[in-house]
Structure formats: structure tokens, C-alpha cells
Design a binder for this molecule. Structure first.
Ligand code: ZN
Length: 216
């Protein structure tokens, strides 16, 4: 698809987000149409998509700080006494104990991937706001990648669970999740909600607006 190509919305058709059926709306009122096949309410675009997507993203970005700065687990052991670990100090602990591979996996899954997901969503939202006329395909592809990763989102949390287990095995200690773990879980969920709230068709709408806008 290219900017300027005819869209379903442009042709007066609505598509169903649940079953994918494209249909002619019976009423001209925005909220009055339901999918003739599955009955879901039809909208031209996901309602308040940008606002919701921005809200979830900003909340995720704010919580990313406590997720990394607050201890993610409290450790209680006979040898080392009690202490707290952040995600990063847990990774350092794994690295120092010789589990380099696992330290790298945990670093990628729990620090890099969540950050890259938020950055990618930020790039898409800023581009749509500013009106993209080029790179629509790249943005759409980026969003698709985010969607695919989103299905595996709980992997981030799972990796932290592995981290906790490993540290527990190595120290023979009792470990309880701390506040940072809650913030981290919230970051993962909020980023996922931000991605889900976004309507990728807005990329093409934005391109269409930019194309129609007179130059200069
Ligand atoms: Zn439907």
C-alpha cells in the first residue's frame, strides 16, 4: 500500500477487528454500527487510539526507572546475610559467578528488549503525530515486529524468574520479589497495552494527511 491508495475507510467501508469482515455500515453514526457477522461494534479506527497508546507508553517509560533502580529481589542467606538486588546487580552476580551466557540472555531480555520496545513505539507515535510521508512501510513493519514480540512479552518476566531461581540456587538462599519486580511487570504490561491500543492504519492516515497538506 502507498500513500494515496484508496482505503476501506475512504471507500465508506468498515472492517471488523475481531473477525476481519469488511462491511458497508448501515448507519452514518460513528458508534451505531455492528459487525454483521460477529456483532462486534465497528469503528473507522480504534477509538482514542493515539491517546491511549501515548498514555500507556508514558506510564511504561516512567516505571522503567524504578523497575531498574529498585531492588527486584530480597535475598536472605546464611552465608551472605540479607541483601537486595536490582536487575543489573543480579546480572553482574550471574556474570561474576561464571554464568556469562545466562547473564547476557537476562540482560537482553530484561533490559534491552523492554527499552527497544518502548523506543520503537515512541518512534511510531512521534512519526504519526508529525505526519509521515515517507517510511510508511518501515513504520508498518516496525509495528508488526512489535506486535509479534508482544505475543512473547511475558518472556521478559519469565527471564527475571529464571534470574531469581539461579541466584537462589547459587546462594542457597530464600528470595522474595521486591518492589522493582512489580514495576518491571507493570512496564511489560503497559508497553503491551500501548502496542495493542495503537491502530496501525493511522500510519497511512497520517501519510494521507501529509500528502494533502499544501507544501510550504
Ligand atoms: Zn466481525
Amino acid at each position: 500500500m502507498r500513500p494515496g491508495d484508496i482505503t476501506a475507510a475512504g471507500a465508506g467501508l468498515l472492517s471488523c477487528l475481531t473477525c476481519g469482515l469488511l462491511s458497508q455500515p448501515a448507519s452514518h453514526e460513528e458508534d451505531a454500527n455492528a459487525c454483521p457477522r460477529c456483532g462486534r461494534r465497528l469503528h473507522v479506527r480504534k477509538p482514542h487510539s493515539l491517546l491511549r497508546s501515548w498514555t500507556f507508553l508514558v506510564a511504561a517509560m516512567v516505571l522503567y526507572l524504578p523497575a531498574n533502580l529498585l531492588p527486584i529481589m530480597d535475598t536472605e542467606s546464611l552465608i551472605m546475610g540479607s541483601h537486595s538486588d536490582t536487575i543489573m546487580s543480579g546480572i553482574v552476580l550471574l556474570w561474576k559467578s561464571g554464568s556469562w551466557g545466562i547473564a547476557i540472555i537476562v540482560f537482553i531480555a530484561s533490559i534491552m528488549v523492554p527499552m527497544l520496545k518502548m523506543l520503537a513505539m515512541l518512534v511510531i507515535l512521534v512519526a504519526v503525530h508529525q505526519g509521515v510521508s515517507t517510511h510508511c512501510h518501515d513504520l508498518a513493519r516496525l509495528y508488526r515486529i512489535l506486535e509479534i514480540i508482544g505475543r512473547w512479552s511475558m518472556l521478559d518476566v519469565f527471564v527475571v524468574a529464571i534470574l531469581v531461581t539461579l541466584v537462589q540456587l547459587q546462594l542457597l538462599a530464600a528470595i522474595t520479589p521486591a518492589k522493582g519486580a512489580l514495576a518491571f511487570g507493570a512496564v511489560v504490561v503497559l508497553t503491551m497495552l500501548s502496542t495493542m491500543s495503537f491502530d496501525p492504519r493511522l500510519i497511512w492516515d497520517s501519510a494521507e494527511h501529509a500528502r494533502r497538506r499544501p507544501h510550504g
